[in-house]
Design a protein around this ligand. Structure first.
Ligand code: SF4
Length: 332
């Protein structure tokens, strides 16, 4: 799959050259009317956005070896902006990829009231992509089992997951692709830490609960804001996600607010936190299952990655970035 990454990079390089030429074209456009110039500027920005999404997705796919030659990728399509973008970008990358892989889009119609069942088939037919609509009335099950006023998402997600795993097996899919993005990963990380007491995020690639499938998240490096804008640009026929009547998860909303606040007050902090998820140092945490502290002995051999006896207190440094990382509360 590194082939695909290399190809994405090459495409990006070529794109950078074309960006430069686009920019020079834009400079020459000074004689054009303001409305034409504005339209050209918007087209230029949209093109850049598409290239960025393809590059970041290709990079995540390559870094985690998500897609291999001969794979059949089942793309889960909910009707939300993220899954539309995922399908769209994977189709673009497949066209450019030096390897062969199949894509099949799957939507689970959970029989929520007023679900517009014709939208996705019409969209997919127009796109010419293979698809399957799985009809399963999980909505009634959830309404029957979960007491009124309690959140329904946990049971609903569990049911959905089981169905999608089964469908993947029936369709002969080798990977299940989900549309979770960078912000989903960060929010889940903080939710687990703040409310679950666990240092646990949402991995870009994992084995399904039943051990039969590999689940991938090719948008792992992509920011939600970019996906929101891309959905507007592409005019995806979005299906609202509140048809089930479930209330928004307040804890997740709280974390989203916290991240928004950080981004505004301390630009770069969220990027740093995201980077830290892929640079963990088990010997510098406290999980005895990840590092054998009990049998740790002095070897007499210097370790470049070891502790500098007593690590510097980052708060005491004049490095503003370090101070930002330590301060967790938006009001700090
Ligand atoms: S918001 Fe509704 S459809 Fe989505 S997981 Fe929760 S209960 Fe299910």
């Amino acid at each position: 799959m590194n082939d695909l990454l290399e190809h994405a990079k090459l495409t990006e390089d070529t794109s950078a050259a074309s960006d430069a030429s686009d920019a020079s074209d834009a400079t020459q456009a000074t004689t054009l009317s303001p409305s034409v110039k504005q339209a050209e500027k918007i087209a230029y920005e949209n093109n850049k956005l598409h290239k960025r999404l393809c590059r970041l997705t290709g990079q995540a796919i390559g870094d985690y070896n998500m897609i291999e030659d001969g794979d059949k990728i089942m793309v889960c399509l909910s009707g939300g902006k993220d899954s539309y973008a995922l399908l769209d970008i994977l189709l673009t990358l497949r066209e450019r990829a030096p390897i062969n892989f199949d894509i099949i889009a799957v939507n689970l119609d959970q029989k929520q009231p007023n679900f517009p069942a014709d939208i996705l088939p019409a969209y997919l037919e127009k796109l010419g992509v293979a698809y399957h609509i799985e009809n399963q009335d999980t909505y009634s099950i959830v309404k029957r089992v979960v007491p009124e006023g309690k959140t329904t998402c946990a049971l609903c997600s569990r049911l959905r997951r089981g169905i999608l795993y089964r469908v993947a097996t029936e369709l002969g899919a080798t990977k299940i692709a989900l549309g979770h993005h960078r912000d989903d990963i960060l929010e889940t990380f903080f939710l687990n830490m703040f409310f679950g007491g666990k240092l646990k995020g949402m991995p870009p690639k994992l084995q399904s609960d039943d051990g039969k499938q590999i689940v991938i998240r090719p948008l792992a490096y992509v920011k939600e804001a970019d996906l929101t804008r891309y959905a507007e640009v592409k005019e995806f026929p979005i299906i609202p996600c509140d048809l089930c009547g479930s209330q928004e998860n307040l804890q997740r909303k709280q974390i989203k607010g916290l991240m928004r606040e950080w981004e505004k007050k301390y630009p770069g902090r969220v990027d740093n936190i995201f980077a830290s998820l892929s640079t963990a140092a088990p010997s510098h945490l406290m999980d005895r299952n990840l590092f054998d502290f009990a049998n740790l002995k002095a070897t007499g051999i210097a370790d470049a990655d070891g502790d500098i006896a007593f690590d510097e207190d980052p708060c005491a440094t004049s490095n503003p970035t370090a101070q930002n990382v330590i301060s967790l509360h938006p009001a700090d």
